[in-house]
Every structure is written in C-alpha cells, then in structure tokens.
Design a protein around this ligand. Structure first.
Ligand code: ADP
Ligand code: GLC
Length: 484
C-alpha cells in the first residue's frame, strides 16, 4: 500500500504557538504518526510569532481570488521535530499583536469567523482536486472549531477527500451570526439543522461534527460524556446519533519533552530508581516562588488556565481551611480576572504558604510538575487533560475530579490499588469543595507514610503515556474512513 498522506489542520502547534493542550497534541501526534509510517503534514495560521520562527520557509502557493477572503500565501518548511509544516500567511488576518483567538485584553478578535474560515477553506482546497500543491493528502484531519468548517467546504467540493475532526473541547464552538454562511462562501442551503446551524447560529464546531466522515475526541470517557445532556454542550443529540462514528482516543504526552531525567528546566534531574532529586526541585520552587523552604511540608502544585472548566474556584474556596494543615500551594496560570485576583489575594494573606504566578511560563510549569509533591486538577469537565499525565510522569501524584480523561488516566489510591501497583493519584466524585478538601487530606495523610508514598510515586512514574498507542488508534480510524 502506498504511504498514507494526511493533512493535519490546527490553530496552534507547540512549540511555535501555544495556549493550551491542543498545541501539545498538534506538536506531538503528527510526529508520532510519521514514526509509524503516515506522511502527516501540518497546516497552521501564520500568526506574527509563527512568521518570525518560519523565515526560511518557501512560498508554495498564493490564494488571490478566494471569495470573501484577503490574499493569502502558503509557506512550506519543516519544524524542529522534522514534521513538514504549511504556514498560511495572511497578514490582514493573522499579523497582529495579541493571542491567536483574542487581543491582549482578552476580547475575541471580531473577525475570527473570517480568520478561521480561511484556515478551514485552505485545508479544504488542499484536500480537493484543484489543490495548487503536488502533494495530495488522502484525508484531512481537523481539530476543534477553528478548522470545523473544512469538512463543510470539502462536502461541497467534487472529488474531495474525506475528513475527520478531533474534539478537544466542546465548550468552544465558534458560533457566529447566520450572515456568516454567505460571507464565507457556503451555500445558504447548508444553514439548517441538517447542516451547520446551531440554535440560530452558524456553528463551526457543529459543521465539523456534521460533515466530517468520522469524529474523534481525546479520551474514551469524554466520548461517552458528550453524548449526554450534562457535558454535551447542546451537541449531545448529534453526537449520540453518530455514536458509531465517534471514537475516544486518549492523548499521549511528549515523553522526550517531559522527562525528569533530562528536563533542562529542572534544578536537578531524577528518575524512578532514585527520586532524591525531587527534593531539590521542591526547594527550588519554594525559593523562586517565595514560599518558605520547608522540605517536610507537602507542596501542592497547580498549572492551569484559570477558567470555570478547571474548577479552581473550589480550591480557592478551601484555601483558608487548607492553610490550617501543614501544606503549601504553588499556582501558575492565567485567565479569568476575578479568579486571578482571588488567587493573588490569598497569596498576600498567606505569605510563604501560598504563591501565585499569573502568566504563562513553560519553565515554571515544568518546575512545578517536578517540585510539587501533589498536583491539583479539580476540573468540572476535562476532555483529556495533560497536566495530570505530566505530573504522574514526574512522580507527582495528581488529585483530580472524576471526569473525562482524568478518569481514564488516574487510578485512585486505596490499600488495594496501592498493593497491586495501579494506584497513581487521588480521585474524587461529586464536584464540591468538601470532597476536594477531604481528598487533599487523604493525600496529605498518605504523604506522612513515606514508604507508601514512595510506592505511589514510583507507580506514577512507571505508567506509559507515550503517543505510540494513541497514534496507532488514529491510524486505525484513518484506515476505517478510507476503506468506506
Ligand atoms: P487545556 O488545554 O484545557 O488548557 P491541558 O491539560 O490539556 O488543558 O493542557 C494545558 C497545557 O498548557 C499543558 O501543557 C500545560 O502545562 C500548559 N499550561 C497551562 N497553563 C500554563 C501556564 N500558565 N504556563 C505554562 N504552561 C501552561
Ligand atoms: C483541550 C481540553 C483538554 C485536552 C486538550 C488537548 O484544551 O480542555 O482536556 O487535554 O484539549 O486535547
């Protein structure tokens, strides 16, 4: 069989541009697929920071006459990990200061429909017969709402290739006024329940889920949850209808990037045979974040977007109660302004015991994963979640709410699971402040039993979260779609 060719369309790719887990997945999954023989190439918008990193790329196509869109160019090059990358250069849409989706003040860019309409459109052109490139993919793999229109554009092209869409988070849907349908050059007839209409809006995500040949999401448990009212975000009906074409595949993690034995951000390397270096990393975090240097006080770590999804409001709520225990809290993140302020207030109220760093720092995120004794992730919903896997790999047992991918990747610690070697963290059901508090208490009590605690940490580090198995599962989906 000839080598399978896949265009992987995405709105962020680590390390070029990252706001969350989608970037990690887009950075690692294509490389893992290439390692098992799939010719995957990535398509990404040429945001200002991306263009600065791709100056040696060559122009391979120009799109001057796309109805409704400014002139754009396609650049081609290779990422540091060897994965071929197409950068969609359209200064009018992507060259600006701010984030990929929002301006510096946190407001969505007003022209997002056009910005990601173009990304979707170009993904569809490259998957169509009239592609300007010599490289013809067999399939287009879309990710989240930003590329959700590609399956719709492909649907309206003759002899276009099939598509799949991976759902990383149903909370972000890309819903726009109905006039957008025309503005983006889609036929009026597409605007219906059997199409891209969602409660009177034109929905990029709905379009992807409706027109793609197959849907995947980032954990088996989330695949089930999104077919139900509570976590379906209004899409549960469509997803339940397509349940036989919906596959949950747990994300992997980049085990080279996240390796405590070689991580350049760490004060001291360590591995599962000898965890003693962890204490040095803990001390380094305590020092750099302004916490008291206290080797025996359990250090709780958080690295997260500050949003309702992540459930950090519960942690902030119980912080005063936690401060009666011997624990410290180190938080890194940004997002919701009220949550940021609440976290800052707590740090001021409990100097040396709570430290908060508002912002985005790759280095500090690695340092907290390594230096903390426990990692807190009380998400209300979590399609997959990567930090709980990073923390396990770093021998830092996570404390998580039983939802989505957290349920699929963390095994609750009890005498039995500790004994059989499966325990890898602490899991609570019932999204209440009390349940979170009691679960942290449970972890802190076990921490007082050094032998058991070491067993738990080693269990965590022994787990295999590499991309290999997941890449094979994606390949199976590609094959299934192409055989139809
Ligand atoms: P989500 O994509 O919903 O935010 P994930 O757990 O899948 O959640 O992925 C989040 C990714 O972003 C992880 O790689 C995490 O380390 C990183 N991250 C989140 N917030 C920060 C931050 N403030 N600084 C550095 N990295 C962060
Ligand atoms: C989303 C989800 C997160 C997932 C990530 C990568 O951002 O919120 O749970 O891990 O996508 O798939």
């Amino acid at each position: 069989m000839a080598m399978m060719k896949v265009l992987f369309a995405t709105s962020e790719v680590a390390p070029l541009i990252k706001t969350g887990g989608l970037a990690d997945v887009s950075g690692a999954l294509p490389a893992a697929l290439r390692a098992i023989g799939v010719d995957v190439r990535v398509l990404l918008p040429g945001y200002t920071v991306v263009m600065a990193q791709c100056q040696s790329y060559e122009v391979v196509a120009t799109f001057a006459t796309l109805v409704g869109f400014p002139t754009a160019r396609l650049l081609s090059g290779k990422m540091a990990n060897g994965v071929p990358l197409f950068v969609l250069d359209c200064p009018a849409l992507y060259q600006r200061d701010g984030g990929p989706y929002q301006d510096a003040r946190g407001n969505d860019w007003p022209d997002n429909a056009k910005r990601f309409g173009l990304l979707s459109k170009v993904a569809a052109i490259l998957g169509g017969r009239a592609t300007p490139l010599a490289w013809h993919p067999n399939l287009v793999h879309c990710n989240d709402w930003q590329t959700g229109l590609a399956p719709a554009y492909l649907h309206y092209k003759r002899s276009a290739v099939p598509s799949i869409i991976t759902l990383h988070n149903l909370a972000f849907q890309g819903n726009f006024p109905p006039a957008t349908v025309r503005a983006l050059g889609l036929p009026a007839s597409s605007f219906g329940v059997a199409g891209l209409e969602f409660h009177g809006f034109m929905s990029f995500l709905k379009a992807g889920m409706f027109y793609a040949d197959h849907i995947t999401t980032v954990s088996p448990n989330y695949a089930k949850e999104i077919q139900q009212d509570e976590l379906g975000f209004g899409m549960q009906g469509l997803l339940a209808d397509r349940s036989h074409e919906l596959t949950g595949i747990l994300n992997g993690i980049d085990v080279v990037e996240w390796n405590a034995a070689s991580d350049s951000h760490l004060a001291k390397h360590y591995d599962s045979a000898d965890l003693s270096g962890k204490a040095i990393n803990k001390q380094a975090v305590q020092k750099s974040m302004g916490l008291a240097v206290a080797p025996d006080v359990p250090l709780l770590g958080v690295v997260s977007r500050f949003t309702h999804q992540k459930g950090l409001d519960l942690l902030l709520e119980i912080a005063p109660r936690l401060m009666e225990l011997p624990v410290q809290l180190a938080m890194l993140g940004s997002g919701d302004a009220a949550m940021q302020q609440a976290a800052r207030d707590l740090a001021e109220r409990y100097p040396g015991k709570i430290a908060v760093m508002i912002g985005f720092s790759e280095a500090l995120s690695h340092q907290i994963e390594a230096g903390a004794d426990m990692f807190i992730m009380p998400s209300r919903f979590e399609p997959c979640g990567l930090n709980q896997m990073y923390s396990q790999r770093y021998g830092t047992p996570p404390i998580v709410h039983a939802t989505g991918g957290l349920s699929d990747s963390v095994v609750d610690c009890n005498p039995e699971s500790l004994k059989d070697g499966s325990a890898s963290g602490f899991v609570f059901s019932g999204m209440t402040a009390n349940n979170l508090f009691n679960t942290i208490l449970r972890a802190v009590n076990l921490y007082r039993e050094p032998k058991d605690w070491l067993t738990l940490c080693k269990n965590c580090m022994a787990k295999d979260f590499s991309w290999e198995a997941s890449a094979k599962a994606y390949l199976a989906v590609y094959r299934k779609v192409l055989l139809r």
